[in-house]
Design a protein around this ligand. Structure first.
Ligand code: GLA
Length: 384
């Protein structure tokens, strides 16, 4: 956690006055259900106690001044000149501003300071947290009247247009709408959701960070999305009412996709089965059967790795090692893939042991440090 005073002080040092508002938006974990969101399926995420903090103050002109503490870097533009930039970090902010302008909402220039404690590149959705903190903060300062779901959607579109990743809604939704102690069972078709208690009994969650992010992550992500859309369009030729993989049955896939393209068949079958796994896992969580929940996580990892092919050697190694330990009931890669973290469910208090068992072998094999991230759940975006 970063103290409010610290953010306020830094903003004042940079811009010479107090900010109008400080917004905080958290990173997220996801218990199960990957690559289902952009196929109108289900996800089971929640916010964590690591967040992005954005301090904002109105200006009397049309200039936008940004400063990112992580990079010790500033960036400047104007409302009229907003466009994607070569430097990566401002895009998550400017993309949101652009979405507000697209909706004909009126804002003036502003000063913005950003800091956070979500490890970048760990698959904990720091970029979604930036988008949501900025959207929420600007909504507050300019009284734009946006509800939480709209702020999540604006963040998602900012990612599409300014970061070039055609992501689903999971990360932004979790950042904005989470409730501490609960996970969100979100239906990504109509955005209906329930908060389900994350009651793990004698178990706890530990993340293991591979500390790698392979460069093909965003292009492979968009490729997967295209493969799913292709499958849908083949099914639609016979079943025109089908809108997404959510409406597609295994029989339809067997009949209409398998004969044309085996790879696309396997990818879309994964999505259908991942939704089924999520529903079973969620039922197990509600029943308090954490061992059963864990089994579905291991199965999900296998399928993400071998069928959807979004894992990598480092992630597979961590899940294989975790599987060997009696205290671990479930583990899998989390998020988009190609690096980032695994999520592990294990006996309370066994986390340190897990890390000290796996870290030396991981270092030896990949010449990389393994870091453990202990997380607690948290509420969604707020003004602090
Ligand atoms: C990334 C995307 C999400 C989701 C996951 C995979 O985190 O931003 O929308 O698709 O990958 O489940």
């Amino acid at each position: 956690m970063i103290e409010r005073d610290q953010i306020n002080t830094r903003y004042k040092e940079l811009y010479g006055q107090d900010p109008d508002v400080i917004a905080k938006s958290p990173g997220r974990i996801n218990i199960i259900g990957e690559h289902t969101d952009y196929n109108e399926g289900f996800v089971l995420p929640t916010a964590i106690d690591k967040a992005i903090y954005v301090a904002l103050g109105k200006r009397s002109d049309n200039e936008i001044h940004l400063y990112a503490e992580d990079f010790k870097e500033s960036f400047q533009t104007t409302i009229e000149e907003i466009a994607p930039t070569q430097i990566s970090w401002p895009n998550y902010i400017l993309g949101v501003v652009n979405q507000l302008l697209e909706r004909n909402l009126t804002i003036s220039g502003f000063n913005l300071y950003i800091d956070g404690d979500i490890p970048v590149g760990a698959g904990l959705s720091s970029s979604a947290a930036v988008e949501c903190a900025v959207g929420y903060g600007l909504n507050h300062v300019y009284n734009l009247g946006l509800d939480r779901v709209s702020i999540a959607k604006i963040g998602q579109l900012a990612e599409h247009t300014y970061a070039g990743v055609k992501c689903g809604i999971m990360d932004q939704f979790a950042s904005v709408l989470s409730k501490t102690g609960h996970v969100i069972r979100l239906d990504c078709r109509d955005l209906s959701y329930q908060h389900i208690p994350l009651a793990l009994g004698d178990y706890e969650i530990v993340l293991l960070n591979t500390n790698v992010k392979h460069s093909l992550a965003s292009s492979a992500y968009n490729d997967r999305r295209e493969a799913c859309e292709q499958a849908v369009s083949w099914v639609q030729e016979k079943y025109p009412t089908v809108k997404s993989l959510r409406d597609v049955t295994m029989e339809m896939l067997d009949e209409l996709v398998a004969p044309i393209n085996q790879e696309i068949y396997i990818k879309s079958r994964f999505v259908i089965q991942e939704n089924i796994r999520l529903n079973k896992a969620c039922e197990a969580l509600i029943q308090g059967d954490i061992i059963e929940l864990g089994k579905h996580m291991f199965l999900a990892h296998d399928a993400l790795s071998k069928e959807y092919e979004v894992s990598c050697e480092e992630l597979d190694f961590l899940v294989d090692q975790a599987k060997l330990m009696d205290d671990v009931v479930g583990a899998r890669m989390m998020g988009g893939g190609f690096g980032g973290c695994t999520i592990n469910i294990l006996k309370k208090g066994a986390g340190q042991h897990l890390v000290s068992r796996i870290a030396p072998a991981y270092q030896e094999k990949f010449n990389l440090e393994l870091t453990a991230i202990f997380v607690a759940t948290d509420n969604g975006t707020q003004i602090i």
